[in-house]
Design a protein around this ligand. Structure first.
Ligand SMILES: [Zn+2]
Length: 318
């Protein structure tokens, strides 16, 4: 007696929701949590090695289906992440926007790595790296006229520095880390490393313990070296040179600066100095040159302050 093939299970769970991303001619249904998306195998496979492989697998006879399409249940909790990923795949202008919300970049990096959407992953990592560059030139290009810093390709919002750091570390985007740490220790007080930052929606952006420790130790290490010879602030501690044309004025100026900051020298390791310094022209020139050299030195050593490998060994393990 021959057995009839098992009937395919049709998923009609009432608790399920259909996303707006529901193409009537779609050939596969994705499900994240209780939300379903009807899309096309061809589009997924073209962009993802994972889905290309999945499409090739023989479909089990009892594979659940929805409207005749095979159902692929994703283990991801984040429905929003899946929505952003599919928008990026289906709406060409979506990724062409100059500024993208952090949530989109994070979704493309998380799901891009997980399901091997290589191009989407690369474009999201590129944005993250733009905001957290590996070169001093890249860093300087981001400073605004008032030497402040605003994100320009990822939407600037409270807590964005914490979010970018966490995203980079959790996804092994190591080369973004030195700059990400520096921005945080420059912008925030030590207390905020531990307490987090209040956000508009009543929640808090917070740092993981490993990042809190790196921020504290990195800040201490940079504060210590920035006044040493060869670093940015070191030049202020050097005496008046023979080429000084007004030793009285320049010495007074140096003493005034040192008195002003005393023991509570702020973080100056990478800041730009421009405009008149009120030193004599020779000292002004020497100090600015020394400052420029000091900034390069700090940048070269930046990973070390945060207990990271040197720049040339920091890889993005995607
Ligand atoms: Zn002078």
């Amino acid at each position: 007696m021959s057995e009839s093939p098992p009937a395919k299970r049709q998923r009609t769970d009432a608790s399920l929701t259909r996303s707006k991303i529901w193409y009537k001619d779609g050939s596969v249904v994705l499900q994240a949590e209780n939300t379903q998306f009807r899309v096309h195998w061809g589009v997924l496979s073209e962009n993802s090695a994972f889905f290309a492989g999945l499409e090739e697998l023989p479909q089990p006879s009892d594979q659940p289906t929805v409207d005749g399409c095979p159902l692929v249940e994703l283990s991801d909790d984040a429905v929003v992440d899946v929505e952003y990923l599919l928008k990026a795949l289906y709406i060409p202008i979506f990724l062409l926007q100059k500024v993208l919300p952090f949530a989109v970049v994070a979704a493309l990096i998380r799901l891009g790595r997980k399901y091997d959407f290589r191009d989407l992953l690369d474009t999201a990592v590129e944005r993250l790296m733009f905001e957290n560059p590996t070169t001093l030139e890249g860093y300087d290009a981001l400073l605004t006229a008032d030497d402040g810093y605003r994100t320009t390709r990822i939407l600037d919002q409270p807590g964005i520095l914490y979010d970018m750091l966490t995203l980079a570390r959790e996804n092994n985007i190591q080369s973004a880390l030195p700059c990400a740490y520096y921005r945080i220790i420059y912008q925030y007080h030590q207390r905020e490393f531990f307490e987090g930052i209040d956000l508009e929606d009543g929640t808090r952006a917070s740092l993981a313990p490993v990042d809190q420790i790196r921020c504290v130790l990195g800040r201490e290490a940079i504060l210590k070296v920035q006044s040493q010879s060869g670093y940015t602030f070191g030049c202020i501690y050097s005496g008046t040179e023979d080429d000084c044309t007004d030793p009285t004025k320049c010495t007074r100026r140096r003493v005034r600066i040192l008195r002003r900051y005393g023991e509570t020298l702020p973080l100056f390791a990478l800041e730009l100095v421009s405009g008149a310094t009120s030193f004599c022209p020779s000292c002004d020139h020497r100090y600015k040159e020394s400052w420029t050299t000091g900034r390069k030195k700090v940048w070269e050593e930046l990973p070390k302050f945060f207990d990271l490998l040197p720049w040339d060994q920091l890889t993005n393990d995607l």
